[in-house]
Write a protein that binds this ligand. Sequence first.
Ligand SMILES: [Zn+2]
Ligand SMILES: [Zn+2]
Length: 104
Amino acid sequence: MKTRKLRLSCPQCGSAEVFYSCTPNCCYNHVCSDCGTTFEPATAAAGGYVTGVIAPDPLPEATDPTTECAKCASNEVYMMDDGGLVCGKCGAKLMLELTAIAPG
Ligand SMILES: [Zn+2]
Ligand SMILES: [Zn+2]
């Protein structure tokens, strides 16, 4: 199954101009370049697994939105054609949750 890079929209203004501002071994703080809101995306298991997950090409860059798999803690979390999230490492289907929302 082919996947796409994770895309997030700002929980405050809906902008897609959202950047990852930290590193996976620290935190998942993201910032919206339009309104300055910060938030951290997290995942929860949606139930079920997908086999044969193909990572997006090109791979996400360091500032592209990133989150962590609720099952295996990998940050290879990608988007499927139906908009659902999947882990590129263990294949778990995931749901996105936005936490620590701080309006800018
Ligand atoms: Zn915003
Ligand atoms: Zn996983």
